[in-house]
Design a protein around this ligand. Structure first.
Ligand SMILES: Nc1ncnc2c1ncn2[C@@H]1O[C@H](COP(=O)(O)OP(=O)(O)OP(=O)(O)O)[C@@H](O)[C@H]1O
Ligand SMILES: [Mg+2]
Length: 362
């Protein structure tokens, strides 16, 4: 019989990978209506909207299969990215739901590459994304995203505020937009963290689901000050599989946990190399260093990224790999990592939740 109860029973049987409970128990079905032989409902996700068509199709197929008399099933996909429970976040970034540091202990392991490509993948999936280059002494974002324009200034009440620069749907702020090309920034530590603070307080950030921070390498004073200055939902730790990198990543991870920043997960970069001619796999920097670190620290392993010429050239050309080589395996890996990241942030927010979530209908 066609009624709400039976429709919900039918939808509860739709299999969704990565979901702890079924669609109904997870509260993802809302505004269910049956009008004659027409069924209509909203499918509410806690992650960005653009990657859920498959789930929608499965739901429609299941209902049409279980209720042959149903003539139409209308499903609207909605997104309700949860808000971080960090108390001071709403003071300094009132419209930002989640802030994520992308950090490592060792330099040159691919933080900026990972931050840029994850930001691009999230934006492509329909999330509202921002990226702050917190590496004041070595800003990479302008080059890696092919932008070097001065942010516009706008009057806001008696003050003037900067508008973030936008590229590939990502809102950006970097010291590289403000200083002349090739001029090094020579500042003392407090000035550097002061600049990052201004990137939060003096920039007109509109509503964002995720604001990423590309962190400078290391675990010294500047990094510690930064992770205490930024009200972080969590940190993503980037490492190569190599022990020298893992040892430094472990230090970075402990630095964040010491100041009560949850670890969203570990990304292993430069995990392996597939020779383009022979297709042989080479584990140039060793195997599983990042995976083992995640296991040891009881946090999520977000994925492993191969060494790929396309990742390097994409960075140099200022084009994220999901645009430069959209059909490549590494583009798929970045997309997968960004989706796993959104689910992990969701878990962090669930376990720390103190505030009601803000619903955004897309
Ligand atoms: N998976 C990869 N395959 C190929 N090249 C990569 C990969 N990841 C990063 N690179 C390249 O390695 C170099 C260092 O990467 P990146 O600048 O992202 O590291 P970083 O950790 O941000 O460095 P820093 O500590 O200086 O901020 C860049 O030239 C980048 O293009
Ligand atoms: Mg960097």
């Amino acid at each position: 019989m066609l009624n709400k109860e039976n429709i919900l029973k039918s939808l509860a049987a739709v299999k969704i990978p990565d979901l702890k409970n079924d669609l109904v128990t997870s509260g993802m079905i809302s505004s269910l209506e049956i009008v004659g032989e027409i069924v209509r409902f909203d499918l509410v996700f806690s992650t960005p909207t653009n990657n859920h068509e498959k789930v929608k199709e499965e739901c429609i197929k299941k209902i049409k299969n279980d209720f042959p008399n149903v003539t139409e099933v209308f499903v609207s996909i909605k997104s309700k990215v949860t808000t971080s429970a960090k108390k001071n976040l709403s003071d300094i970034l009132p419209y930002v739901k989640n802030t994520i540091a992308v950090a490592s202990g060792k330099g040159g392991v691919g933080k900026s590459t990972v931050a840029v490509n994850i930001a691009a993948a999230l934006a492509k999936d329909g999330a509202k994304v921002g990226l702050i280059d917190a590496d004041i002494y070595g800003p990479s974002i302008p080059l890696m995203l092919g932008v070097r324009e001065r942010p516009k200034m706008i009057p806001v009440g008696p003050d003037t505020r900067m508008l973030p620069v936008e590229q590939y749907g990502i809102k950006l702020m970097s010291i590289g937009f403000l200083v002349e090309n090739n001029v090094p920034v020579i500042w003392r530590g407090p000035m550097a963290s002061g600049a990052v603070k201004q990137f939060m307080s003096d920039v007109e950030w509109e509503e964002l689901d995720y604001l990423l921070f590309d962190m400078p390498p290391g675990t010294g004073d500047i990094q510690l000050t930064l992770c205490q200055t930024i009200p972080l939902t969590g940190a993503v730790i980037v490492t190569t599989p190599q022990e020298v990198s893992v040892a430094d990543a472990r230090k970075a991870l402990h630095m964040f946990t010491r100041v009560n920043v949850p670890i969203v997960g570990v990304v292993e970069n430069m995990s392996y190399f597939i020779a383009p001619d022979t297709k042989n796999r080479y584990n140039i920097f060793g195997t599983d260093g990042g995976k083992n670190l995640a296991e040891e620290c009881n946090c999520a392993f977000l994925g492993g990224i191969p060494i790929e010429q396309g990742i390097r050239t994409g960075g140099d050309k200022g084009v994220p790999v999901i645009y430069n080589e959209p059909d490549s395996e590494h583009a798929r890996i970045f997309t997968e990592i960004s989706r796993t990241l959104t689910r992990e942030i969701e878990h962090i927010n669930e376990s720390h939740s103190q505030f009601p979530t803000i619903e955004i209908i897309k």
